[in-house]
Write a protein that binds this ligand. Structure first.
Ligand code: ARG
Length: 284
């Protein structure tokens, strides 16, 4: 049992340091909502493609301005959800677990990710046996690989990931269809520690108890910010890029020493995705 000295938030704030990240993104060149595989997607609602592109470019430029590296995946015409690059693969310690999508509409995206990793010098690549939607459902903290299930990734993918990465997997049951991927309800704020924020309402009672036990100091998000996709955020250890409408999270993040960086990805939300969905992290 570890005994920890609980630090004052103000004390912690001065110690937050961003670490340089490498992200893989895919421009929304062919983004559309032509099918519906989550409750946010309404094919009857028009998408402003120019606006989607501008919003995506703002996110990419923000990463670059913060000193991060952004790699690009070539968008393919018949894969309108490809902009949600987080779903294509999970990379930890340079090992790559490719996705296997739950819905046929997205199946072919996995091959595009596989080709990218092969072309970029990765050698430890696993093509999975079980359905997993990559960082949509896997989140990396210093101690665990948190893994969502219930809507997309198969529970069997959890043991597959544990075996491949050699990290303890904590399975979490998602119960609200609006939060169909783990990254719509939980965000790792500091991956050098075990610091997260999450929306309890997205999880089963048992999973909520597990989260409370493992992360007693987590930032708890309310229903309103969750509904603004506020948990679909990316943190570099200091700066937290998150949807600009999730205003209720700004102050709690600041109190913990993080810098909220509000982003507008409103057009991409029509596909059921935001900041994190557009960003796959390539962990060295
Ligand atoms: N339309 C996409 C889907 O339903 C959105 C994926 C969002 N990505 C994510 N990482 N949550 O599959």
């Amino acid at each position: 049992m570890r005994t920890a000295v609980r630090e004052e938030p103000s004390l912690r704030s001065s110690q937050r340091v961003a670490s340089p990240r490498r992200y893989l993104m895919c421009p929304p060149t062919h983004f559309q909502v032509t099918y519906s595989i989550n409750p946010w997607m309404d094919p009857a609602k028009p998408v402003d493609l120019r606006l989607a592109l501008t919003q995506w470019e703002d996110l990419r430029d923000r990463y670059l301005a913060l000193g991060h590296t952004v790699e690009l995946l070539d968008p393919e015409p018949d894969l309108p959800d490809m902009v949600f690059a987080a779903n294509g693969a999970t990379v930890v310690d340079g090992r790559v677990l490719i996705a296997r999508f739950a819905h046929p509409e997205r199946t072919a995206e996995a091959a595009a990710h596989l080709a990218w990793f092969r072309a970029h010098g990765y050698t430890e690549i696993r093509e999975p046996v079980h359905v997993n939607e990559a960082e949509g459902d896997f989140a990396v903290t210093s101690s665990y690989l948190l893994a969502g299930r219930g809507f997309r990734s198969s529970p069997l993918s959890h043991s597959e990931a544990q075996e491949f990465f050699g990290r303890p997997v904590i399975g979490l049951d998602l119960v609200d269809p609006r939060y169909y991927h783990l990254d719509t309800a939980l965000c790792v704020l500091d991956d050098a520690a075990d610091e997260i924020m999450y929306y309890p309402g997205a999880f089963s009672p048992g999973s909520r108890a597990v989260l409370a036990r493992l992360f007693p100091d987590a930032l708890i998000a309310g229903a309103e910010d969750a509904a603004e996709f506020g948990l679909n955020a990316v943190s570099d250890g200091r700066n937290v890029m998150l949807p600009q409408t999730a205003t209720g999270l700004f102050e709690p993040l600041r109190e913990r020493g993080f810098e909220p960086v509000p982003m507008d990805l409103g057009e991409l939300l029509k596909g059921g995705g935001s900041v994190k969905c557009c960003t796959q992290e390539l962990r060295p």
